[in-house]
Design a protein around this ligand. Sequence first.
Ligand code: GAR
Length: 198
Amino acid sequence: MPALPARPIVILISGSGSNMAALVEASRRARWGERFGAGVVAVMSNRADAAGLAWAREQGLATAVVDHRQHADREAFDAALMAQIDVHQPALVLLAGFMRILTPGFVRHYEGRLINIHPSLLPAFPGLKTHQRAIEAGCRFAGATVHRVTSELDHGEYLAQAVVPILAGDTPDTLAARVLSQEHLIYPRAVEAVLAQA
Ligand code: GAR
């Protein structure tokens, strides 16, 4: 068993977890352990069927599921999630396609340690259906933003952004794929920069 990192990282996902995999792979390739004392230790999801969980398990990472449907309200869900996360005493909590709105209490608890990736060029298109809205608005460019999390949805200091063109004939799916390939580059880079600063 490798030694536990001094600066544990917990990743939260709801779906395929491709950003999570990009972060885990970058952390190994770029030796975050040796350079920053940091490493991904656990992946958690609000959905038991999140495809990324199986990948995380195969990598030997701890996993946990906290099902939002089994909690009476957001506060109860967030409290249960915090309890699971805090087992690992994380230096960073990374939201990677985690599709739940977090309570102010949760955000305060992880203040300065909580980072998200959002599939638009913020401040344009916070919220959902970002690619469809960018195409419908006639935008020529779309992208993604890595940002610190505050209690205001999709706000907080921007740590990195990537821009891609919107091409004639793009659908939300073709655009999402183009943006996602950039997300996989900027999220690990942004986290590495945060680790290098602290
Ligand atoms: C990514 O595009 C991410 O930016 C987006 O969900 C996708 C998750 O893909 N996040 C949000 O929309 C957050 N509101 P992944 O599970 O393959 O990383």
